[in-house]
Design a protein around this ligand. Structure first.
Ligand SMILES: C[S@@+](CC[C@H](N)C(=O)[O-])C[C@H]1O[C@@H](n2cnc3c(N)ncnc32)[C@H](O)[C@@H]1O
Length: 323
């Protein structure tokens, strides 16, 4: 079994995807925000280390074989950082905190996840600096952008970059990202169109200021589509899947995913958002955390079923290396 340490762990989506494979066992997780930590701990035996990653000394982390990290896509100044700059507080950019830990722990495998735009950021410099830092530290690297609706059998249009690094060159050569698979999961498998839910999720006449309800009623003509309220207008997702869940969804009503059911127009619930990220049906959400925080946690997380498939491919490459 390989010991995994998870950084920027959020609610543990990456961890759940890896742990589905018997080869991987998460032994340590770090996350600074106490709200996702509540969700994480409700679904795991791990007690999350809630410190700022900058404050964690390498020898305070137990030894591990696999690093897991969906690091924040903060406005990277990574290219600058490499030339000697630090952030305004004089501390390292978050990605370089991972490199600091990698240097000390030298894990066999490093798995990173980020937004697709990481590749194009700063004319490709950010991505180049990240690749160089990994290679200079002895890793062989493969990366690919995968869409959840093509690779995770989940009806969500979510493109993310996955970076897989091995210390062993042969293992890296053997590693192949999973192939695309048919999408047979339907919106009705992740969204409850049939039952009456809590009244707080519904839009009714007069409930909200202005003419939102009228605009929604007019635009939402289809009961098998997901719509989004974009501050002033309603957008229909034409491909019949859920649009990319975002961390700011729900803030001020913006970006929130809307559906039409026989009981009226309503927001997707936090549970439905976690379903849309491929979390297992029995994944628990704390009942003393607001919906706004839960929407943020779901949007910040990953598509677990995509992670599972990549973790299986990593396990295959690693196990073959041992034979
Ligand atoms: C993109 S999210 C990762 C979510 C995770 N992959 C999941 O499945 O939920 C990045 C996370 O990094 C955390 N974070 C940001 N700055 C941090 C820091 N300085 N130390 C530790 N965690 C931090 C954020 O609170 C956030 O939950």
């Amino acid at each position: 079994m390989l010991k995994c340490a998870s950084f920027f762990a959020g609610v543990g989506g990456i961890d759940k995807g890896f742990e589905k494979n018997d080869l991987f066992n998460v032994i340590y997780a770090n996350e600074i925000d106490k709200y996702p930590v509540k969700t994480y701990e409700l679904n795991s035996e791990i007690k999350v280390d809630c410190r700022d990653i900058h404050d964690i000394k390498e020898d305070e982390i137990p030894d591990f074989d696999v690093m897991l990290a969906g690091f924040p896509c903060q406005a990277f100044s990574i290219a600058g950082y490499r030339k000697g700059f630090e952030d305004e507080k004089g501390r390292g950019t978050l990605f370089f905190e991972l490199i600091r830990i990698i240097k000390a722990k030298r894990p066999q495998i490093v798995f990173l996840e980020n937004v697709k735009n990481l590749v194009g950021h700063d004319d490709g410099n950010t991505f180049r600096v990240i690749m160089e830092a990994l290679e200079e530290n002895g890793y062989f690297v493969k990366s690919k952008v995968l869409n959840a609706m093509e690779y995770g059998n989940i009806p969500q249009n979510r493109e993310r970059i996955y970076i897989v690094c091995f210390r062993d060159e042969n293992a890296c050569q053997r590693f192949q990202f999973p192939d695309a698979i048919p999408l047979d999961k339907k919106l009705s498998d992740i969204i409850d169109f049939n039952n009456l839910l809590d009244e707080k999720y519904y839009y009714t006449e007069g409930k909200y200021k202005g003419d939102i309800f009228e605009k929604l009623s007019e635009a939402m003509d289809d009961d098998d589509s997901v719509y989004q309220w974009r501050r002033k207008y309603v957008r229909k997702n034409k491909s019949g899947v859920v649009p990319t869940l975002t961390a700011n969804q729900g803030e001020g009503g913006h970006n929130v995913c809307l559906i039409k059911t026989k009981y009226g127009i309503r927001k997707m619930t936090p549970h439905e958002c976690f379903n849309t990220q491929g979390f297992p049906q029995d994944f628990l959400l704390p009942d003393d955390v607001s919906d706004a925080r839960l929407y943020k946690q779901a949007g910040n997380s990953v598509c677990v079923s995509v992670i599972e498939r990549i973790a299986d491919a990593i396990a295959d490459a690693y196990l073959n290396m041992e034979n």
